[in-house]
Design a protein around this ligand. Structure first.
Ligand code: ZN
Ligand code: ZN
Length: 369
């Protein structure tokens, strides 16, 4: 079976109700043996001070032979009054890394013990545990060598170093073009904290100033401020990624029925009318005052057009006519000046001029595929 063009689609849920939340989906604490000076207290205090809404501390499960419940989650520092902390770990297997994410504790040991099993058996375990699986860094060392049919989302921006992510974005585009609706996210994959004393300095301590919580930042549009709602929104693609929390958040909308209302947001999937659709890209919050940003539109994996945001409205519109009998997706990438991130000052140079990236708007995708 290949994905078919659906006859009807469920109505859109709309975007009048909801809240934008910011966080980081991929962090290693002292429970990963390749980390340094990175207690959970240090990570969580930093996130609280920066105003992050959620965090996933995803230690390498293989470093504790699967027993993350007795290490990362049992750590007396694993709590926060303001930051929503996911239960999870980085499944660290021979054919790649997967972030396992959950709103509630689950039996990670079962997942770890199945890590080298056939994908169809891993899928059974995943369903029994009710966890979210997010494919990590699909193109780097330890590339994601599992089926993307296991994945609820994919990490398309790993660490502050933008250029190494370009092949992973291509893999995401391949999955989208094949008919899969796959939510995209970022993850700092940060391992190293700022040393508290000179004696604690190790060679990789230099990374703490270049890659830490929020490089990149994933913005999630959740129906409410809860872990469950955040995971739902991530899976659906109601999300965008910015190189750091002081850069603008990109929002991407469309008026698919020509009534003048931008009823479609990222992650939404509609049946096209066959008439022109107006798309709108908005940059919200942060950024450099008065700057124009470049908007690169990708349609079905190919470049569609390049636009520049208006420095006052910080938005741009364009039109296209997605065919009534075709499957199409559109997504955008934002380039421009980096906003400084004073607490991670060397991250800006590593991200070059890549500022933000949206999830897609979908037309005629089969939700039952
Ligand atoms: Zn990894
Ligand atoms: Zn990692």
């Amino acid at each position: 079976m290949i994905p078919s063009i659906p006859a009807v689609l469920p109505p859109l849920q709309g975007h009048a109700q909801g809240v934008w939340l910011k966080g980081d989906w991929h962090i290693h604490s002292r429970h990963s043996t390749d980390s340094s000076n990175n207690s959970e207290a240090k990570i969580i205090n930093f996130a609280e001070r920066m105003g992050f809404d959620y965090l996933a501390i995803t230690d390498h499960d293989v470093h504790v032979m699967g027993a993350v419940a007795h290490h990362t989650w049992a750590d007396p520092d694993f709590h926060s009054a303001s930051v929503l902390l996911f239960y999870g770990a980085e499944l660290t297997a021979n054919r790649g890394h997967i972030n396992i994410l959950s709103a509630e504790p689950y039996d990670h040991q079962r997942m770890f013990d199945a890590r080298d099993d056939r994908d169809w058996n891993i899928l059974k375990v995943k369903r029994e545990l009710g966890v979210h699986m997010s494919a990590n860094h699909p193109s780097t060392k330890n590339h994601y060598g599992f089926s993307f049919d296991l994945a609820d989302s994919v990490e398309i921006w790993n660490t502050s170093v933008w250029p190494k992510n370009v092949p992973g974005v291509r893999i995401w585009d391949d999955m989208l073009k094949s008919g899969r609706m796959l939510g995209a996210r970022g993850g700092s994959d940060s391992h190293h904290g700022v040393p508290d004393t000179p004696e604690q300095i190790v060679p990789l301590s230099i990374e703490a100033s270049a890659n830490y919580v929020g490089t990149p930042t994933t913005w999630i549009f959740a129906r409410e401020r809860s872990k469950r709602a955040i995971l739902e929104a991530l899976e659906q693609g109601r999300a965008s990624v910015s190189s750091n929390p002081y850069n603008p958040r990109v929002e991407f909308f469309a008026d698919s029925d020509g009534d003048g209302i931008m009823e479609m947001m990222m992650g939404d999937n509609v049946k096209p009318t066959g008439r022109p659709v107006t798309f709108e890209v908005r940059l919200v919050g942060g950024g450099i005052a008065g700057a124009s940003y470049g908007v690169r539109v990708v349609k079905n994996r190919d470049p569609f057009g390049s636009f520049v945001t208006d420095p006052v409205t910080r938005s741009v519109r364009f039109t296209d006519t997605p065919g009534a009998d075709e499957r199409n997706y559109y997504r955008v990438e934002i380039e421009g000046p980096q906003a400084p991130y004073p607490d991670v000052p060397n991250s800006m140079a590593q991200s070059l001029n890549m500022v933000a990236l949206s999830n897609p708007l979908y037309f005629n995708y089969d939700p039952d595929f």
